[in-house]
Design a protein around this ligand. Structure first.
Ligand code: ZN
Length: 224
């Protein structure tokens, strides 16, 4: 089963991707994680990407493609792609990459939330500066104001989580996704999931769909 998951900032797509990975034993490929790791490594590519993020802009397609394909090339099948592709150019590159290797996508899941919801979820997010634990001023506040429950470290807001940058990221996201959504609709693999509500609520909208696809794939393999 090969899956794409996308959704605006704060849609919970990474949370749900990890749940899908656990339940269906897939390999998790997150373009965001790959980018963060590259920045941590401090490579010249990482430094270039860091400059784009600091401005709230998207990273150039060629850089993201390079990172994703190097991982995808090793895995080949049973994967979930989180946050990729995000531009028409990335879709084309991915299509070529998969086609050359005879790999098929089963479903493209779009977890949708409104701009208001996106800004509220992301701008309320706080991160422990020491251990990286994630909090939310409304949904998951720390027990002691400003201090991490786990390690006592200082809780801060990430630079790119400020409301004005989140709003900008949301608008860029929606604009870029339009042709991509059209493309996967034409392929007949696009499904939009309502991302509003709690994690369990949203999960129960995703799980039945994947069970259905999973069972269909199993039956197809039996007949081969
Ligand atoms: Zn901490």
């Amino acid at each position: 089963m090969n899956i794409l998951v996308f959704g605006p900032p704060g849609s919970g797509k990474s949370t749900h991707s990890r749940k899908i990975v656990q339940k269906y034993k897939l390999e998790y490929i997150s373009s965001g994680d790959l980018i963060r790791k590259e920045i941590e490594r401090g490579s010249s590519l990482g430094k270039e990407m860091e400059r784009y993020l600091a401005k709230g802009d998207l990273i150039p397609d060629v850089a993201v493609n390079t990172l994703v394909f190097s991982k995808l090339g090793r895995i080949r099948t049973n994967f979930i792609l989180d946050g990729y592709p995000r531009t028409a150019e990335q879709v084309l590159a991915l299509e070529n990459f998969l086609y050359e290797r005879g790999i098929r996508l089963e479903v493209a899941i779009d977890i949708f939330i409104s701009k208001e919801e996106s800004v509220e979820r992301i701008s309320g997010r706080r991160i422990c500066s020491k251990c990286g634990a994630v909090y939310h001023i409304r949904y998951k506040p720390p027990k002691v104001d400003g201090k991490c429950d786990i390690c006592g470290g200082e809780i801060v807001q990430r630079k790119d989580d400020r409301p004005e940058l989140v709003g900008k990221r949301y608008d860029i996201y929606i604009k870029n996704m339009k042709p991509i959504i059209t493309f996967y609709k034409k392929q007949g693999i696009y499904v939009q999931i309502n991302g509003h509500g709690g994690i369990d609520e949203v999960w129960e909208r995703i799980r039945p769909l994947l069970d259905y696809i999973h069972n269909k794939e199993m039956k197809r393999k039996e007949h081969e």
